[in-house]
Design a protein around this ligand. Sequence first.
Ligand SMILES: [Cu+2]
Length: 645
Amino acid sequence: MSPRKKPSIGRRFVTLVTTLGVLAILAVVNRPMVAFGQEQYHQFQINRASYKSEYGHWDMLPVPAEFKVNAIHAALLPTGKVLIIAGSGNKEKEFKAGKFKTLIWDPATNHFKLITTPTDIFCAGHSFLSNGNLLVAGGTKKYEVLEDKIKKAAGVLKIKQENPEGGVTEFDKGTVVTSATGVKFKLTADVRVPSATKKTVNGKFDITPGEAEVWIEAVEAGKDSVIPKPMNFTLPGLTGDDVKNVYGVTEKLTMEKQEYTGAEYTYEFNPFTEKYERVGNLNVPRWYPTLMPTADDTVLALSGLDQFGRVDTGKTEVYNENTKKWEYKPKLNRYFPTYPALFLMQNEKLFYSGSNAGYGSATEGRTPGIWDLKTNTFQEVSGLRQPELNETSASVLLAPAQDQKVMFLGGGGVGESEISTARTDIIDLDESATPTWKPGPDLPNPTRYLSTVLLPDDTLYTSHGSSGYRGKGNSDLLTAQIYHPDTNKFVRAADPTVGRNYHSEALLLPDGRVITLGSDPLYDKSDKNPGTFEQRIEIFSPSYLYHGERPTISDGPKSVQRGASYKFATPDAADIKTARLMRPSTVTHTTDVEQRSIALDVTKEADAIGLTIPKERGLVPSGWYMLFVTNTDGTPSVAKWVQVQ
Ligand SMILES: [Cu+2]
């Protein structure tokens, strides 16, 4: 038998092409089956015990339709429940209808509850008080008006009274005022102008005019009423000395886009009654402010857009929990872009990382530094790489807080810039009198709106965000990675399935899981039509929840004091390695200035551990904390709540 002839090269080529062609047709015809098979395999992979124990696991939280809200703010309450604030949810229709939403979810019982929300606290600021109430201040007074909707020139009129004996001068809404060039405008609100004030300085009278501001709109529609430069105005109905002492001035009256404007309303959300309690108004209305606790149990309000949509010039005010009032502190004037990230330092000074979100000068107030409230001095720090990419970046005080290290992650150019960065930098504030930023490991991708959550084992969970502005160009990042301070490396975690960019949040739950919410993409997948707010909630269980038995804290005091030691009963004393006090998150717009993890000294007995609370107020500001203990396997307990007084 003669051996079969080998097919010629040409023949083999034809066979190969035919085979590939048939395979390609089969693959196309069966594409759904192939995809289904891949998905089955992926599901099999991510649900394996060995996978979970290395990368953790994601679960979608089923939310009944009536409880789906636009999560723009989130805070973990001392009751262990999650407060989710939407306000009008960035929906002008809801704003006009006066429909404002707040939702509470209890991770322990999976119970949802809607809370009556008095005003639009969309884009307010929030901070915990020492009594456990969440102070919520500012929010939306008016939605933005885009340029193509504007028919009449408008702007701010400042009315001055030069006479100390002038008394209060009132003007009604609708009053017509006239520019020095003869253009007529109408007041859009009532306004009261106070008398000038007179002081004697070195034997001389020093007179400060009384001032009040009001929004005015041109009587006639069209460009002819635009006044692009500073202008004086005369006011009607004045008599006697007021004719020369009372007048108006404007910076500019334009037909440009009108920004969102800030509200002055302030509430304490009481986590025990689950109600908003109205307290004293802000002196400066604020939209996009940062609220933060100080070492002396007060809360600062910083930055934000005011009642006319202007970035606050730096009018810091302080909230007193006892009087329930805000006080403007001219001696603490300091300008920041909106939602600035500041951290209370152990020495009671504040560290401004440079992270911010939204609005503000591209050059002013963007340099990181240490702010001493006692002297209102600001010591700039250097070394932050790509400092121009600080907007929508994340900053966090790494664990344990005693290390005084702040990490700066990702961010993008000012406004709608297409540029973003994977850069992280770390500063050790205890390093020397002049600490400087040092390079950290890059994130897997350039990232805006990164979520960062401290975990009880001192690692930092990071996830989500997008490379583009508000997810533009389908740039949502379906990745999560854990930063390990001991090795200075990111380690990959299981991938989330829901993309999250602008208006998204993540926070640590008392059971050690991480809840992720919200996202407000500019566009849908086509990158042309308006995006839809992401209402799904996904929860991450870190790998430490798959490493065996969790240690428990069975009993202990509910209230503790700085500098004192306390006994907590536990059957796992021998195996407990660390104890951490973790301040609950209150997060919005990638800004969470409160989360911190404080290391406690641990002593051991047979059925108990002794824990010492550090004495420094700058390290442990008053308030409610989660106490976690972690065993030698790195597995944390469920938290026990304690109040530091
Ligand atoms: Cu916003």
